[in-house]
Design a protein around this ligand. Structure first.
Ligand code: PEP
Length: 250
């Protein structure tokens, strides 16, 4: 069965609650689609107003992070069940900005992935290499290590409904997109890794996005690749351009 494309915006640390509600209204008509799943991954404080603002539309809401513990003395953190109860469907786990600035490692991320799934959220698990790693020729070794560690103990059925986002770190927020060939090569490699660790059916089912300076000009070519099932979009998700990315094939 063909995989349904998924285009998710990662708003990062942008948009106050009132700006967020206005952005939802501005994008409402532009992001309509029967063919593509559309997700806004928003800052924690925007979740409640954005869930309300997108009610009755085709947009689902995602969080940008969560903690793996159920509840308790973890000041400043937000649990998976809090997200679920607020109406969140997806959660980004392991974005390179969190791995880098907040020192999140694969052991922690594995716990987050498992907790998200247990709570009924769909993880968007990010992976990707630095420019140095690409130049050293270890891109696929690195990404396989990330995928295998982050999915440790996750079942094939659980992986089937997950989303994995390949985001070369050197392409995030830099305006430098990976070439279509580079993006497809790694997304195909991730699918092969899933086939090895699990089985072909799981590899065929899991959705793999490309992320890194996706824009209205490059989305159609990227998303046409056989192993690229949509995109995780940073900068361009805050503008009307996001509607063009969602409707890349129109
Ligand atoms: C991201 O934040 O996940 C991302 C891909 O950002 P940008 O599209 O701005 O490169």
């Amino acid at each position: 069965m063909a995989r349904r494309k998924i285009v998710a915006g990662n708003w990062k640390m942008n948009m106050t609650p009132s700006e967020a509600v206005k952005l939802c209204a501005d994008l409402k008509e532009l992001v309509k689609s029967d063919e593509v799943d559309v997700v806004y991954c928003v800052p924690a404080i925007d979740i409640v107003p954005v869930v309300e603002a997108v009610k009755g539309t085709n947009v689902e809401v995602g969080a940008e992070n969560m903690y793996f513990e159920e509840k308790g003395a973890y000041t400043g953190e937000i649990s998976a069940s809090m997200l679920k109860d607020a109406g969140v469907k997806y959660v980004i786990i392991g974005h390179s900005e969190r791995r880098d600035y907040f020192k999140e490692d694969d052991v922690l991320l594995n716990r987050k992935v498992k907790k998200a799934i247990e709570a009924g959220l769909t993880p968007i698990l990010c992976c990707g290499e630095t420019l140095e790693q690409r130049e050293m020729g270890v891109t696929m070794d690195w990404i396989r290590l990330q995928i295998k560690s982050d999915l440790d103990g996750v079942t094939a059925d659980q992986v089937k409904s997950m989303v994995i986002a390949y985001e070369p770190i050197w392409a995030i927020g830099t305006g430098k997109t990976a070439t279509t060939e580079q993006a497809e090569e790694v997304c195909r490699g991730i699918r092969q890794c899933i086939a090895e660790v699990y089985d072909d059916a799981t590899a065929e089912a899991v959705r793999i996005q490309y992320g890194g300076s996706v824009n209205a000009g490059n989305a159609a070519e990227l998303f046409a690749q056989p192993d690229i099932d949509g995109g995780l979009v940073g900068g361009a998700s805050l503008k009307a351009e996001f509607g063009k990315i969602v409707n890349y094939n129109k």
